[in-house]
Design a protein around this ligand. Structure first.
Ligand SMILES: [Zn+2]
Length: 163
C-alpha cells in the first residue's frame, strides 16, 4: 500500500495487522524524524528528538528532548541509534499514536555501504561513466524523497523562528 509519504515499501513482508505496508493501518497527520532510543519493547520503539529552546532571560538556549513511542512493524529491522521517520496514525495504545515508516540512516548499513572505490586516472572517460552511473542509481532515491516530502530540518526551522 502506498502511503503517500514518499517512502519505499519494505522488501520483507510481515503479518502485522498494524503495519502501514502489509496491514490495515492508515497513516495521516504529521511525520517526524528522530533517533531510535530504545527497542526494548515488543513491536514498539522509543524515538527521541533533541532540539534547542531559547531562554531569553539568560540569552542562551537549552537542550530539550522529546521521546515519542512509536509502533515498529515486523518488516522493519530497527536498532538503537537508527534515524527513522515516524508517521502519525490512530492511537495504537495508551501512549502510541505513531508508526515507523522508514529508516533514514543506520550505522549498520553505512558501515557496509562505505566501500568507496579508489580513484584511478587510467582513463577519464571510463571514470566519468562510472561516477555518473553510481550517481544515477543513487541520487534519485535521496533527491526524490527530499523533493517530494519537502521537509525542513526541524532544527533549522526552530533556529529560523528563534532568530
Ligand atoms: Zn509490514
Amino acid at each position: 500500500m502506498a502511503l503517500g509519504l514518499g517512502v519505499e515499501t519494505p522488501e520483507t513482508a510481515c503479518d502485522d495487522s498494524n503495519c502501514p505496508f502489509h496491514g490495515t493501518l492508515s497513516v495521516r497527520g504529521q511525520t517526524l524524524d528522530g533517533v531510535v532510543a530504545s527497542t526494548e519493547m515488543d513491536r514498539s520503539v522509543i524515538v527521541e528528538r533533541e532540539y534547542d529552546v531559547n531562554v531569553p532571560k539568560y540569552d542562551r538556549h537549552m537542550k530539550r528532548r522529546s521521546r515519542v513511542p512509536a509502533h515498529a512493524p515486523d518488516c522493519l529491522d530497527l536498532d538503537v541509534g537508527d534515524t527513522v521517520r515516524i508517521a502519525e496514525t490512530r492511537p495504537l495504545s495508551k501512549t502510541k499514536a505513531h508508526v515507523v515508516v522508514t529508516t533514514i540512516e543506520t550505522t549498520r548499513q553505512l558501515a557496509s555501504e562505505q566501500v568507496t572505490e579508489p580513484a584511478t586516472d587510467s582513463s577519464e572517460a571510463v571514470m566519468g561513466d562510472a561516477t555518473e552511473g553510481t550517481a544515477g542509481t543513487r541520487s534519485p532515491e535521496g533527491e526524490g524523497n527530499a523533493a517530494s516530502r519537502g521537509t525542513v530540518d526541524p532544527e533549522a526551522e526552530t533556529g529560523g523562528e528563534s532568530a
